[in-house]
Design a protein around this ligand. Structure first.
Ligand code: SF4
Ligand code: SF4
Length: 82
């Protein structure tokens, strides 16, 4: 296990996603993976695993404004698989 410091986290507006997968390789700690289920538009969407650092990379790359980033007042330590 590895400890990472997180300064925030994201919400995923699943129903806005068009399934382009740009966010998956953009996430530095690799905590996004595509769902096996589809949304109402028929697209797979990203699911968030523990370890998001609030870096905003997914928000910047997503063309459909699926992500919203929240900053914590105090950074939080996460245990993630290394
Ligand atoms: S970048 Fe946005 S639209 Fe593309 S798969 Fe990720 S969340 Fe969906
Ligand atoms: S904010 Fe950064 S760490 Fe969190 S899901 Fe998006 S790209 Fe990954």
């Amino acid at each position: 296990m590895e400890t990472v410091e997180s300064r925030g986290t994201v919400t995923v507006s699943v129903e806005r996603c068009k399934g382009c997968e740009l966010c998956i390789p953009a996430c530095p700690p690799v905590v996004l993976s595509m769902s096996s289920e589809v949304n109402k538009l028929g697209f797979r969407y990203p699911e968030l695993s523990p370890g998001c650092t609030g870096c905003r990379a997914c928000l910047l790359v997503c063309p459909d404004f699926v992500f919203e980033v929240f900053r914590f007042d105090t950074p939080v330590q996460h245990e993630v698989a290394s």
